[in-house]
Ligand binder design. Structure first.
Ligand SMILES: NC(=O)c1ccc[n+]([C@@H]2O[C@H](COP(=O)([O-])OP(=O)(O)OC[C@H]3O[C@@H](n4cnc5c(N)ncnc54)[C@H](O)[C@@H]3O)[C@@H](O)[C@H]2O)c1
Length: 454
């Protein structure tokens, strides 16, 4: 009897994975994200037949709304360009849709859907009342002037504005969308709607509704999360050799907090290559190159000629280290890179980027007893602080840096302890991937059950 129930439930999960592949052809990243979550929650879905009876997985894998639109803009030479804009409003069971905007040439529906799907679970883990969404465009801000970026953002918002709002959908930044872009987007939103509705976008400037710590939050939160993992084995960051891929928002503030806690960041990268400095990377130089000049990481060598540069970004994972933070993009660590890290004795791998490790890479870490922190838990500090920004906006208040930082630290501690406890409850001690997926799934699924078939 119990066998037949197991078989039915297993085939439910498998049939949903199959359905997602058939209904979303060619969207490999979305298939990957769905498979990763559904396969890990299988034992829990088997325990509660009401999830199948209520079509929870069918609904959980189908976005509530998908918006695709044309974004025409004019460059500095007067030529017309057309990009494609997206907003995927995936799930609003826990609150208004919330998730970043990504401007990058690789953006297509498969990337948008995987990010929005993941965001639903991540947002659930923060304990804040926010649903999941993601958006963006295949526009490439690299090499564009400020005026071109402004015109693009204005055109993008001219369509997006009708779909968003403080109670509806609240976009934020992601790859290629930082404070500058949020400023242009907010300006256009305000102009079209004639409303200074600060709670409609997060990641705003401090003087016009932004929150202190939002810029640092994803990186700081990631390090606070790993600090908890290390504490559990009687360790700290003190003296640890750390490598961090990327050199954008997440990478920079991860590095800053690691250094503050006594770790040594020995390598950092961008999509062109890797800088290795065994003496420890000088973060101020990186900030000068990346945040001020919007330059390439190779320029680090001008200030530090003794550092080494390698023009293959993936080679960062061959560097010996104690802790690795992939903070650049999806699927940057596959089996080969994971094996190189394991062979070099890595102790912790924590995902700052979204889905930077393939399922095979994660399996390799878990088999080799590497402590592994999955993105939806470890990088949730950014969106959690965005939710704190929304709270301040609705109260017409601004909290101090210390206040927000403490709240962020507490949220990261809570996420760690809740997913660790869930893993233990199901006899999967230390499996934070399982713990994160199940904790988030149960929260979203139960809210969906409460709200009926919508
Ligand atoms: N910004 C946030 O608050 C936030 C929150 C959660 C997750 N994330 C995720 O973190 C990752 C980075 O986002 P970000 O906001 O720092 O973006 P960003 O645009 O500020 O930085 C991205 C960095 O990655 C580098 N990069 C891109 N492709 C690369 C590659 N193949 N190899 C090495 N470097 C590469 C870029 O050169 C850049 O330095 C993304 O996966 C994003 O979804 C961001």
């Amino acid at each position: 009897m119990s066998n037949s129930i197991e078989l039915t439930q297993e085939s439910y999960v498998d049939s949903i994975i199959e359905r997602v592949i058939v209904k979303n052809p060619g969207e490999a990243e979305f298939h990957q994200a769905v498979r990763e979550v559904l396969e890990s929650i299988k034992p829990v879905v088997e325990l509660y037949p009401e999830f199948e009876e209520n079509g929870i997985l069918e609904r959980l894998t189908e976005p509530e709304r998908q918006i695709i639109f044309r974004v025409p803009w004019v460059d500095d030479q007067g030529s017309v360009h057309v990009n494609r804009g997206y907003r995927i409003e995936f799930n609003s069971a826990l609150g208004p849709y919330k998730g970043g905007l990504r401007f990058h040439p690789t953006v297509y529906p498969g990337i948008m859907k995987f990010l929005a799907f993941e965001q639903t679970f991540k947002n659930a883990l923060t304990g804040r009342p926010i649903g999941g969404a993601k958006g963006g465009s295949d526009f490439d801000p690299k090499g564009k002037s400020d005026s071109e970026v402004m015109r693009f953002c204005q055109s993008f918002m001219t369509e997006l504005y009708r779909h968003i709002g403080a109670q509806t959908d609240i976009p934020a930044g992601d790859i290629g969308v930082g404070k500058r872009e949020i400023g242009y987007l907010f300006g256009q939103y305000k102009r079209i709607t004639n409303r200074f509705e600060a709670g409609t976008l997060t990641g705003k400037g401090i003087d016009w509704g932004g929150s202190l710590v939002r810029i640092e939050a994803t990186g700081y939160g990631l390090v606070y999360f790993v600090e908890e993992m290390l504490k559990d084995v009687g360790e700290t960051f003190e003296g640890k050799k750390v490598i961090i891929s990327g050199s954008g928002n997440v990478a920079i503030y991860t590095a800053q907090k690691v250094i503050e806690l006594g770790g040594k960041v020995i390598a950092i990268s961008d999509s062109d290559g890797v800088v290795y400095d065994p003496e420890g990377i000088d973060l101020n130089s990186v900030i000068e190159i990346k945040e001020k000049r919007r330059g390439r990481i190779v320029e680090y060598l001008k200030a530090y000629p003794s550092a080494e540069y390698n023009d293959n970004s993936k080679d960062i994972w061959k560097i010996e280290c104690d802790i690795a933070f992939p903070c650049a993009t999806q699927n940057e660590i596959d089996t080969e890179e994971a094996k190189a890290l394991v062979n070099n004795g890595v102790v912790v791998v924590a995902e700052g980027a979204n889905m930077p490790c393939t399922p095979e890479a994660i399996e390799c870490f878990q088999k080799n007893n590497v402590m592994f922190a999955p993105a939806k838990a470890a990088n949730a500090g950014g969106v959690a602080t965005s939710a704190l920004e929304m709270t301040q906006n609705s109260m017409w208040e601004s909290w101090s840096f210390e206040d927000v930082d403490k709240k962020l630290r507490d949220i990261m501690k809570d996420i760690y302890s809740s997913i660790k406890t869930t893993a233990e409850e199901y006899k999967k001690d230390g499996d934070l991937v399982f713990g994160a997926n199940v904790t988030a799934f149960l929260k979203v699924a139960r809210a969906m059950m409460d709200q009926g078939v919508v």
